[in-house]
Design a protein around this ligand. Structure first.
Ligand code: GLV
Ligand code: MN
Ligand code: MN
Length: 412
């Protein structure tokens, strides 16, 4: 291992190791509270312990590592990201921020350096919402915002989040108590891949995030009438999937309205799902995001109004369940300034940019000051197995994070 990229190389090696913990053998799928998540959590716990932290699972399945302050017991700087993934994921989304934070603590510990504040590294279990219709479960719980209603949400196999949490080794009844007292925390700071093309287009390895777009998610169900594909005349059909298709066209049209607005149908299912049956039921998801909350709310309500019109005209029963509503979250100016300074010390021009993707950091907005550092990823590709970063960029990002930590001044 060349000494020059020591931090970047060790982080990349661990990321490759972590990517082996998957529900499926040929790709990376690691959803919340699965056996693969449990294996990844225990690997992360061992790395935290080796880096000089006390570490373990909390009641909602987060891995929590603490590097004590000098003198002990001081409020903490929270660092971290998530170790759950989307289906057929890349290895860096979320995982980078966890492994990089552990590497920073490991470096401090190796030098015997204690700071006047504690460092807690958090490996959240549910940022993606890819198993249950819930999202940011772990980070919201740490921010004292655990919603017990999420325990009743069910995955596609009918397993409730509460049952899965119990089987995982968590404690549903204790979940609300993992929330930190506001005075126990200075700030939350997260390193994450950009998941977009801006840094690459500017030729920069890292950038400082200004704010995270707000998001709504919905689970949509359309009920029509199943029938014989050969006998039911077109004019007499109540085809739920054709109705969903018309709705998707409306999503694309309204979502293209500008102001940074985006709207996506990411999953769709037709039931009963047979080549010769008119679909009697369709279920799909809707995700709407924008930098401005008012723009997002207006778009979501326009889309749902169009859904109602389409359903009525086609004789379909429409059910809409909102599964996520997160306001746009601004990063703290004083954290941005300290991150800018750490970026500049690596000889890199500090660039500020907003985040179109959601992140655990948004769960802390309003609870404690938060900030984010983005690392360039190739082609801006993410939520895709082709996700890629370089060891050189990773080394720089870890150095920036380490410098930020060592010079961290609460609220300055
Ligand atoms: C999380 O990755 C999201 O933005 O959906
Ligand atoms: Mn992520
Ligand atoms: Mn993601």
């Amino acid at each position: 291992m060349s000494q020059g990229l020591r931090l970047g190389e060790s982080v990349m090696e661990r990321l490759a190791t972590l990517a082996r913990y998957s529900e499926t053998p040929d790709n990376l799928t690691r959803r919340y509270l699965t056996a693969a998540h449990k294996q990844a959590a225990s690997q992360v716990t061992s790395w935290m312990e080796a880096a000089g932290m006390s570490a373990g699972l909390d009641a909602v399945g987060n891995v929590v590592g603490r590097y004590e302050s000098e003198p002990p017991g001081a409020p903490a700087l929270l660092l971290g990201s998530h170790i759950d993934t989307v289906v057929d994921a890349g290895p860096y989304d979320g995982n980078l921020g966890v492994i990089a934070a552990i590497a920073c603590v490991g470096d401090l510990a190796a030098r015997g350096r204690r700071l006047p504040f504690a460092i807690e590294v958090l490996a959240f279990g549910d940022e993606e919402g890819s198993r249950f219709p819930a999202t940011l479960t772990g980070s919201s719980a740490i921010a004292g915002r655990f919603d017990p209603a999420c325990l009743d949400s069910r995955d596609e196999a009918g397993v409730s989040l509460g049952e899965a949490l119990q089987a995982f080794g968590g404690d549903p009844a204790a979940a609300p108590s993992v929330g930190r007292a506001p005075g126990a925390v200075h700030a939350y700071v997260e390193l994450h891949i950009e998941q977009g093309p801006v840094l690459e287009s500017k030729g920069l390895p890292v950038g400082v995030v200004t704010a995270i777009n707000g998001a709504n998610r919905f689970a949509i169900r359309l009920a029509g009438m199943a029938g014989h594909a050969g006998t039911v005349p077109m004019a007499l059909r109540r085809d739920a999937l054709a109705g969903a298709a018309e709705m998707m066209v409306a999503v694309e049209e309204i979502g293209g309205g500008g102001d940074g607005l985006v709207a996506t149908v990411g999953r769709i299912e037709a039931l009963p799902g047979s080549v010769n049956v008119v679909p009697g039921e369709a279920r799909f998801t809707l995700d709407v995001r924008a930098p401005e909350d008012a723009v997002r709310r207006r778009a979501a309500s326009d889309i749902l109004a169009r859904f109602h019109d389409i359903a009525e005209r086609r004789g379909l029963d429409l059910t809409v369940e909102e599964t996520h509503d997160a306001a746009a979250a601004a990063c703290a100016p004083w954290i941005m300034r300290q991150l800018d300074a750490a970026v500049a010390k690596q000889g890199i021009r500090p660039l500020r940019l907003p985040s179109g993707a959601g992140h655990d950091a948004m769960a802390f907005s309003g609870f404690c000051p938060m900030g984010m550092l983005f690392q360039r990823c190739t082609g801006g590709i993410s939520h895709n197995p082709a996700e890629s970063i370089t060891v050189e960029d990773t080394d720089i990002a870890v150095r920036v994070l380490l410098d930020f930590i060592e010079n961290f001044e609460p609220d300055a």
